[in-house]
Ligand binder design. Structure first.
Ligand code: ACO
Length: 387
């Protein structure tokens, strides 16, 4: 066999620095959100997350992201009404979800499978309508699948409720109170957009080929599913439950770090100070966990957070590992009555507004996304027939 020779140098472009994970690489200009990881600042379409998340409705925040300006009262009413009218699923999607439920697949898998069917009874040439249908229907998929897998019938969406209120209603069959609806609005707004995170980047890469909105959202759902992105809040809450008491926190966390495991809900590629979304969601959780066992759980979570931060400093000095959005997501969504497996799918329902906004922006201003790789394999020369 011919002796391998080193790979030839790339001839197509001036050699560029290899950045594993594209860390620090600016791959898009955006008006949608700004993440300052050093200052702990998140701006969403011109507003600090602390301002927009607890005060806007999800429909208002979405309209702002998609149009670049706030809706008038009339525009908001028309937008909300249109979304509400698109919530029902195509019959084929419901049949598919029934088949998936028989296999007891995880909710994120069901969401990924069903999301590709959400433009079935929509004119595919009308990508504006496809976008609205995707946003309106993702919560219907999650709620319907959740109930089907639990042996219950799906609850039909109600057009007279807001996006957040209707989601909670479809999950339980009961109308949620105003505090719970506000909690869900705040959550969805907090995670609606966050710069060029992995799932948003995936969506932009797909739409940049002039593919379609449904494909971009399906790809983004796949990217969000992983535990290093949107899959962390379930494990973060399970950790608090497993710890159980304040006395158990330190030995439990120390043992995890000694084994080289990661503490879910801590650390971030961009934030080197506390994630501002953790602050917003922590405050929302504080307002929801007011008494009894719920309050005790909130206080335990705060205690676990403080211990975890101290131990991360001890075990990972200089890495600036801080609380990320997932830690308080877990607490807030648990307070809203959602089981842990619903956390990431609910994240997807909110982030879908950001994915679609980025796709719109990419189509308007972007270019085919096509980075390069550096070949580090051998170069064998001639192909010898196997002896
Ligand atoms: N617990 C313990 N150690 C950690 C943690 C953690 N949560 N996060 C990072 N570290 C350590 C790593 O082991 C590494 O240590 P080393 O230098 O001794 O090898 C160092 O900190 C740097 O870690 P990287 O993986 O290089 O940092 P990166 O920027 O790639 O990771 C990430 C960011 C993936 C979020 C990481 O912090 C992590 O795994 N956190 C836990 C999972 C989590 O909470 N994910 C949700 C993120 S928020 C979101 O996506 C919506």
């Amino acid at each position: 066999m011919a002796t391998p020779t080193p790979a030839p140098a790339s001839t197509s472009a001036p050699s560029s620095e290899f950045r594993p994970g594209l860390e620090g690489v600016v791959a898009a200009e955006t008006k949608l959100s700004h993440v300052d990881g050093q200052k702990g600042e998140l701006i969403i379409a011109g507003y600090d997350v602390e301002e927009i998340a607890p005060n806007a409705t999800f429909e208002e925040a979405t309209y702002l992201l998609w149009h670049g300006e706030r809706a008038t009262v009339q525009q908001l009413a028309a937008f909300s009404k249109e979304l509400a009218g698109l919530r029902a699923l195509p019959d084929a999607t419901v049949e598919l979800l029934k088949a998936v439920a028989k296999e007891k697949k995880p909710v994120m898998d069901a969401l990924r499978i069903a999301a590709g069917t959400l433009d079935l009874n929509v004119d595919a040439a009308d990508q504006e309508l496809v976008s609205k249908s995707l946003l309106a229907r993702l919560p219907t998929v999650v709620a319907a699948y959740w109930r089907l897998r639990n042996g219950e019938s799906p609850v039909a969406p109600r057009a007279d409720l807001s996006h957040s209120a209707n989601y909670l209603y479809m999950l339980t069959g009961h109308e949620a109170d105003a505090a719970a609806v506000r909690g869900m609005e705040t959550y969805l707004n907090t995670i609606i957009d966050h710069g060029l995170n992995a799932s948003t980047f995936a969506a932009r890469v797909i739409i940049a080929t002039e593919s379609d909105m449904t494909s971009a959202v399906v790809g983004a759902i796949g990217a969000l599913k992983g535990p290093l992105h949107g899959g962390a809040p379930g494990p973060a809450l399970e950790m608090v439950f497993e710890i159980g008491t304040a006395e158990a926190a330190e030995p439990y966390l120390r043992a995890k770090l000694e084994r080289g495991e990661r503490l879910m809900g801590f650390g971030h590629r961009v934030y080197k100070v506390r994630d501002p979304r953790a602050e917003v969601l922590g405050q929302a959780a504080d307002a929801m966990f007011v008494e009894g066992e719920r309050r005790k759980l909130y206080e335990l979570a705060k205690f676990v957070e403080q211990k975890a931060l101290a131990l991360l400093k001890e075990y990972k000095p200089g890495r600036n590992l801080q609380t990320n959005v997932e830690f308080y997501t877990a607490l807030l969504l648990h307070g809203l009555g959602l089981e842990t497996e619903l956390f990431t799918p609910t994240f997807a329902c909110g982030r879908a507004a950001g994915w679609i906004a980025h796709c719109r922006e990419q189509l308007a201003t972007g270019r085919l996304i096509r980075p390069q790789s550096r070949y580090v394999g051998p170069h064998h020369g001639r192909w010898e027939q196997a002896a």
